[in-house]
Design a binder for this molecule. Structure first.
Ligand code: SF4
Length: 339
C-alpha cells in the first residue's frame, strides 16, 4: 500500500466518525445516506436516515412507497427531487437488477440521481471497487496534497482529481480510504482552518510544506451576469426585405448585423411583453440578453447607424450573430403556427 493510504487508514482506524450507515456495508444504506448527505449536514441527516430506513427498509419497499408518504418522510431535508430520484432508481433496480443495487460504478451511474461521486462512493464502500469518490472534501484534500491548481468549478477538473484519487487509493480498502478522505476533510483539512499539525499525511502534503494550504483548492470566482433588456424592431419594406443595422465597432457583437436593437429598462420591457411578437433569451459569458421582437410604433433610426434592407438570401454575405438567428427562427416558427 502506498504511504499516503497507509498513514490515512491508520488515522481513520481511531478517528473515524461513527455513523449509523457505517455500521455495516449494506449497499442500500450506503446509497440512502449518500443521497441524503448531498446538500445536507451529517448531524441533520442522522435522524432522517434512521427513520427513513425504518419506514422503507429495502429497495423493494422504497420502490412501492406511496409518493405522498415518501415526501412526508423527506420533509425538512429539502431538495425533494432527491427523494423522487431515489424512488425512480429503486424502481429501476427492481425492474432491471432483480431488486439488488448493481455492484459496479458503471452500472450504478445508470440509476436516476446517481452521479460520479455517489457511484464511486457506493461501489467502493459497499462492493470494494477501487474507485476514488470525489466530493468537496476530496477536491480540497487532493488539491492541497498535490498542489493541484485545476479549477474545481470546471467539470473537466473532476477527471484530473479522479486520477489523483485513483493513484493514491488503497487497493485493499478502497471504501475505507474514501470515507477517510471524507473524514479528514471534515475534521482536519477544513476549508478555512486546516489543522495540519495533527494531519496524518502532513509530511506528504505539498501545500503544507510550502505553507500555501489556504490557496487550494482553486476556484474561479463566479461573475454575476448582468441582465440587459432589449427591444428588437421588425421592419419589413414593400419588397419583403428586413431592416438590419450594423452594431458599433466596440462592445458586444461588434460589427455584426441584427434587427435594430434598443436597450430599455426592465420596467419598459415588462410593459411591452404583452404586445411583443416573441421573446428570446441569449446568454453571453458576462451578460444575459432578454429580447422582445416587436413591430415598432414608428421607425426613427439615427442616421449615423449603418442600416440596410436585407432579404433572407442576402444574410449569408453578412456576419449575423447567433442571437439574430434565434430571432429569425422564432419568427418563422411563429408564422408557421399562425398559418
Ligand atoms: Fe490538509 Fe494540512 Fe493535511 Fe495538507 S497537511 S492534507 S493541508 S490538513
Amino acid at each position: 500500500m502506498n504511504e499516503f493510504a497507509q498513514q490515512l487508514l491508520t488515522w481513520y482506524l481511531t478517528n473515524q466518525r461513527h455513523l449509523p450507515w457505517r455500521e455495516n456495508k449494506n449497499p442500500y444504506y450506503v446509497w440512502i445516506s449518500e443521497i441524503m448527505l448531498q446538500q445536507t449536514q451529517v448531524t441533520t441527516v442522522i435522524p432522517y436516515f434512521l427513520s427513513f430506513i425504518h419506514q422503507f427498509p429495502d429497495v423493494e419497499s422504497l420502490a412501492h412507497a406511496d409518493e405522498a408518504v415518501l415526501m412526508k418522510a423527506w420533509e425538512g431535508l429539502g431538495y425533494y427531487s432527491r427523494a423522487r430520484n431515489l424512488q425512480a432508481a429503486a424502481k429501476q433496480i427492481v425492474c432491471d437488477y432483480q431488486g439488488k443495487l448493481p455492484k459496479c460504478r458503471t452500472e450504478l451511474l445508470k440509476l436516476k440521481g446517481i452521479g460520479p461521486y455517489t457511484a464511486s462512493a457506493i461501489a467502493s464502500i459497499a462492493f470494494d471497487e477501487i474507485t476514488a469518490a470525489i466530493d468537496g472534501n476530496a477536491f480540497r484534500v487532493f488539491s492541497r496534497v498535490k498542489m493541484e491548481a485545476s479549477d474545481i468549478g470546471e467539470s473537466k477538473s473532476r477527471l484530473i482529481f479522479e486520477k489523483i484519487g485513483d493513484t493514491l487509493i488503497s487497493r485493499t480498502s478502497p471504501g475505507d480510504f474514501n470515507q477517510a478522505i471524507m473524514d479528514l476533510g471534515a475534521q482536519l483539512c477544513t476549508p478555512k482552518q486546516p489543522v495540519c499539525e495533527y494531519c496524518p499525511v502532513a509530511k506528504l502534503c505539498l501545500s503544507y510544506q510550502y505553507g500555501v494550504q489556504l490557496e487550494f483548492p482553486k476556484k474561479a470566482k463566479k461573475i454575476k451576469k448582468k441582465d440587459v433588456y432589449l427591444l428588437a424592431d421588425l421592419v419589413i419594406n414593400e419588397e419583403g426585405k428586413f431592416l438590419f443595422e450594423q452594431r458599433s465597432k466596440s462592445g458586444v457583437l461588434k460589427d455584426m448585423w441584427t434587427f435594430p436593437l434598443t436597450e430599455v429598462t426592465q420596467q419598459v420591457y415588462q410593459e411591452r411583453k404583452s404586445t411583443a411578437l416573441l421573446e428570446v433569451k441569449h446568454v453571453f459569458t458576462h451578460l444575459n440578453w432578454y429580447i422582445l421582437l416587436q413591430i415598432p410604433p414608428e421607425v426613427v433610426r439615427e442616421s449615423s447607424k449603418a442600416a440596410r434592407w436585407l432579404a433572407l438570401d442576402d444574410l449569408s454575405s453578412y456576419p449575423i450573430p447567433k442571437v439574430q438567428h434565434k430571432l429569425l427562427q422564432g419568427l418563422s416558427s411563429d408564422i408557421r403556427k399562425n398559418q
